[in-house]
Design a protein. Structure first.
Length: 724
C-alpha cells in the first residue's frame, strides 16, 4: 500500500465521508468516480492511510489496475498485490480462496479500475469476478475509475447506497493552497487566482503548473504562456505518464474501450472543445448535424471527457482537455463549417436590439453563449472569406451595445474589412469607437470615429456619419470639452432629422441635455430630457425611456429635489434590470447612493455605493468604478475617516487621469484641497486647489473655478496666519 500523498488538500470532507462509509458498512462497495487528474487515487490512498481504516481493516490491499489490459493480467496483479507467492493454473480460485480464508475484515482498493473494465469482450468475465469477490462477507472494495457511473456487479449485489458523488474540481481556496504548497514563491501573487481559474481548479493541472513555476516563472508569466497556443499544451506535460502529463492522462481516456466503441464521440468532442461555455443538449444536433449526438454524449460522459451542469443540460469540456483537443484533434473542415453556420444562424435569429419585443428571450439565449460566440467570430474573421463573419460581428455588437463587447473582436473585424476591402470598415470603426468610449479609452475612440466619419462621407452614408458624430460628441463630453461636444451633437442631430431618423436625433437631444446638466443649465437640460423621452416613448424604445428617466432623476438631484428623484431612479433601475441592462441599472444605484449621502444616511449610502461599484466591476466599466470611489471618499471625509477618504480620492483621481476625465479630475482636486485643509496640511491643500482652479477654467466652468479660487485664497490666509 503506497503512503498517503504528502500534499493532500481540498478533499477532507469527501475523505471523511468515504472513511465513515467504509468502516461502518460491513461488506461495503464504494466507487470514487471522476475524470483523469481529479485526484481519485490520492483520495483513495488518503482513505487507506486513515487511522480508523487501519484499525478496522487488518488486511488492506492496493491493486494498481492501470496495466491490467487482459483478464489474466488483472488476476495476476490482484494476486501479487495480496502477496500470493504460490501460483496455480487457476489464479481466480487462488484469489477467492485467499480472501475466504481470513475472518478479519479486509478491503481491496482497485485503483484505475476502468482499465480491466474496458477490456474488449471480457466485461462479463470481469463483472463475474467482481461479484464473486464482493460476495465474501468479510471483504469490502473501494474502486477508483474514470467513469460517469460505477460498473455493474451482479443483479443480486449492488453498490452501497447512496453512491458516492463524482469528484468535483477544487474550491478556489484549496486550489490556491495546493499551488502554494508546491511553489511557495507564488504566495500572494496577484495573478495566481486568475491562473487557477484558467486551470479550472483541476488538481493535476494545478500541480504540474506549480512545478513549472519552480523554474522562475511568476503566475502572470505562466498565464501568458498558457494563453499562447504554441506553449499551452507543453506546460502541462512535464513527463510521459498519467501523473506527470495531463496530455497522457487525457489520451488514456480517449483510447478507452468506451470511446473506441463509438468513433463519433471523438468527432463530437472535437467540436465541443471549441466552445468554452459548453453547449446545451438541444443545440448540439445543430452544431454537429452529421453525428448521432445523443449516443455520442452518453459515450463522452461515460469516458468522463465532458462535464454536465447541475440540471443535466449543458455539456462542457474542461479547459485542459479543450487545449489538448485543439492541438491534437481539431474539428474537420466540415465540422468547423457546421459549427460556424450554427452560431451565425443563432445570431441572425436572436441578435435583436433592446427595443425588440424578443429582447428578453434573446438575452436569455445569447448571454450564456457569449464566450462561445467570441471564439467562433474570432476564428471566422481570420478565414479567407470573412464577409459573413463581419456581418455576424455587427449583429453581435449591436446586441452587445448595452453591455461591453470585446474590443479585440471588433478589431479583428476591422482587420478583416481592410483585408478584403469591405464597405463595412466604417461601421467596424464606429462600433469599436463606441466600445472604447464605454471603457474610457477616449483618445483611441476619437481616432476610430474620425476615420469612420471620413469613410461614411466617402460612401455618402449620412446616417453612419451622424452616428459617429454623435459618438464623437460623447467623447468630448466625457473629457469635459462641452462646447466641442455641443457642436458635434448639434450637427449629428441636424443630419438625423434631415434624413427622418427621429431615434438618432433623440439620442443627440439626450446627450445635449446631459451637456446642459453638467454646465448647470438645469432648465435647458430638463427640456431636452423630456423632449427625448417623448420621442422614445412614441417609438416604444423602452430602454431609452428608462435612460431619460434616469437622467431626469439626476437632474432632480442637481436641483436638490432628492425626495422626487428617489422614486424615479428606483423605477428606472427596475426597468433596466427587467431589460437586463446591467450597467444602466448600476448607474441608477450609484445615484441612489448619492441621494442617501445627501440625506446624511451614510451607512446606507456606503452600502449602496459599494454595491454599485461591484456591479460596475462586473460590467467592466472602469470610469464608473472611479466615480463610486470618489463619492465614497466624500462620505469618509464627512465622517472624518481621513485616511480612507484620501485613499479613495487619490485612487479615483488616478483613474480619471487615465481616462482623461478633466471634470472629475477637477472635482477630485477640490475634495483633496478640502481634506488637506481640515488636516491643517495647508501646502498640500494649496496645490490641490490651484490644480482644481486650473482644470475648471480649462473646461469652461467659471463658477466652479471661482468657488475653488475662494477656497485657495482662504488656505493662503491660513498659511500666512500660521507663519505669523
Amino acid at each position: 500500500m503506497p503512503s498517503k500523498p504528502d500534499i493532500f488538500v481540498g478533499r477532507d470532507n469527501v475523505s471523511g465521508e468515504v472513511v465513515q462509509r467504509l468502516i461502518s458498512t460491513p461488506n461495503a462497495r464504494l466507487a470514487i468516480l471522476g475524470p483523469g487528474g481529479f485526484g481519485k487515487t490520492s483520495l483513495a490512498l488518503a482513505v487507506m492511510a486513515d487511522r480508523q481504516v487501519i484499525q478496522v481493516f487488518r488486511l488492506r490491499f492496493w491493486v494498481p489496475c492501470v496495466e491490467a489490459t487482459s483478464v489474466a493480467l488483472f488476476l495476476e496483479i490482484v494476486a501479487t498485490s495480496m502477496g500470493l507467492t504460490r501460483s496455480s493454473s487457476d489464479r481466480r480460485s487462488d484469489v477467492l480462496d485467499h480472501l475466504r480464508i481470513s475472518k478479519d475484515r479486509q478491503v481491496l482498493l482497485l485503483d484505475n479500475f476502468e482499465t480491466p473494465w474496458d477490456i474488449s469482450g471480457q466485461q462479463n468475465t470481469i463483472e463475474s469476478l467482481l461479484g464473486d469477490i464482493v460476495a465474501i462477507p468479510s471483504v469490502s472494495i473501494l474502486i477508483t475509475t474514470r467513469a460517469y457511473t460505477p460498473p455493474s456487479i451482479t443483479s443480486q449485489l449492488k453498490w452501497s447506497e447512496p453512491i458516492l458523488p463524482r469528484l468535483d474540481v477544487l474550491s478556489l481556496e484549496a486550489a490556491r493552497e495546493l499551488f502554494v504548497l508546491q511553489n511557495p514563491l507564488a504566495k500572494g501573487d496577484p495573478c495566481l487566482d486568475e491562473l487557477l481559474a484558467e486551470m479550472e481548479y483541476i488538481p493535476l493541472a494545478i500541480t504540474l503548473m506549480a512545478k513549472v513555476g519552480l523554474y522562475g516563472d511568476t503566475a502572470s508569466q505562466l498565464l501568458t504562456r498558457w494563453r499562447d497556443r504554441r506553449e499551452s499544451t507543453k506546460l502541462l506535460d512535464i513527463g510521459n505518464n498519467r501523473l506527470s502529463s495531463v496530455g497522457t492522462s487525457i489520451q488514456l481516456s480517449i483510447d478507452s474501450g468506451v470511446m473506441k466503441s463509438n468513433p463519433e464521440a471523438l468527432a463530437l468532442l472535437s467540436v465541443l472543445s471549441e466552445l468554452p461555455a459548453g453547449a446545451h443538449r438541444d443545440f448540439i444536433p445543430s452544431i454537429a448535424p452529421e453525428l448521432v449526438t445523443s449516443r455520442a454524449i452518453v459515450t463522452l460522459l461515460q469516458a468522463t471527457l465532458v462535464t454536465v451542469d447541475s440540471i443535466g443540460q449543458v455539456i462542457r469540456v474542461l479547459a485542459p482537455i479543450r487545449v489538448y483537443m485543439r492541438d491534437h484533434y481539431p474539428p474537420t473542415p466540415l465540422g468547423r463549417k457546421a459549427l460556424t453556420k450554427a452560431y451565425f444562424s443563432l445570431l441572425e435569429q436572436y441578435a435583436v436590439d433592446a427595443t425588440d419585443a424578443k429582447w428578453k428571450e434573446a438575452t436569455r439565449r445569447l448571454k450564456p453563449e457569449q464566450s462561445n460566440l467570441e471564439v467562433i467570430l474570432l476564428g471566422a474573421l481570420l478565414s479567407e472569406d470573412p464577409s459573413n463573419a463581419i456581418d455576424a460581428t455587427f449583429r453581435f455588437a449591436s446586441f452587445q451595445r448595452h453591455f461591453v463587447c470585446r474590443s479585440d473582436i471588433i478589431q479583428a473585424a476591422i482587420d478583416a474589412a481592410r483585408r478584403v476591402d469591405s464597405g463595412s470598415l466604417g461601421k467596424c470603426l464606429d462600433c469599436l469607437g463606441d466600445i472604447l468610449i464605454k471603457r474610457g479609452e477616449l483618445d483611441i475612440a476619437e481616432r476610430c470615429l474620425n476615420e469612420a466619419i471620413q469613410l461614411f462621407q466617402r460612401d455618402n452614408n449620412e446616417i453612419g456619419e451622424a452616428g459617429s458624430l454623435r459618438s464623437l460628441g460623447e467623447v468630448f463630453w466625457m473629457r469635459g470639452q462641452y462646447e466641442e461636444a455641443k457642436l458635434k451633437l448639434q450637427k449629428a442631430r441636424f443630419i438625423f432629422k434631415k434624413n427622418g431618423h427621429n431615434i438618432g436625433a433623440a439620442g443627440c437631444i439626450y446627450l445635449l441635455g446631459r451637456t446642459n446638466l453638467v454646465c448647470s443649465q438645469l432648465e435647458a437640460a430638463g427640456v431636452k430630457f423630456n423632449e427625448a423621452r417623448l420621442i422614445y416613448q412614441e417609438k416604444e424604445q423602452l430602454i431609452d425611456v428608462a435612460k431619460c428617466d434616469k437622467a431626469i432623476g439626476e437632474l432632480l438631484i442637481w436641483q436638490n429635489q432628492l425626495e422626487a428623484a428617489e422614486p424615479i431612479l428606483k423605477q428606472a433601475r427596475k426597468s433596466f434590470k427587467e431589460l437586463e441592462h446591467h450597467q444602466a441599472a448600476a448607474e441608477c444605484l450609484y445615484h441612489l447612493g448619492i441621494i442617501f449621502r445627501d440625506f446624511q444616511e451614510y451607512d446606507e449610502a456606503e452600502n449602496t455605493l459599494n454595491e454599485a461599484r461591484r456591479e460596475f466591476e462586473e460590467c467592466l466599466t472602469s470610469p464608473w468604478v472611479a466615480s463610486c470611489l470618489l463619492s465614497l471618499g466624500t462620505i469618509y471625509k464627512r465622517r472624518r475617516q481621513y485616511p480612507e477618504a484620501e485613499f479613495a480620492f487619490a485612487t479615483s483621481l488616478e483613474s480619471f487621469m487615465l481616462f482623461g476625465d478633466t471634470d472629475n479630475m477637477a472635482f477630485c482636486f477640490g475634495e483633496l484641497g478640502d481634506l488637506f485643509k481640515e488636516l491643517h496640511e495647508y501646502a498640500e491643500a494649496e496645490k490641490a486647489f490651484k490644480e482644481a482652479v486650473r482644470l475648471y477654467r480649462e473646461i469652461g466652468l467659471p463658477q466652479q473655478a471661482q468657488c475653488n479660487d475662494r477656497a485657495l485664497q482662504g488656505v493662503r490666509e491660513l498659511m500666512t496666519a500660521s507663519e505669523d
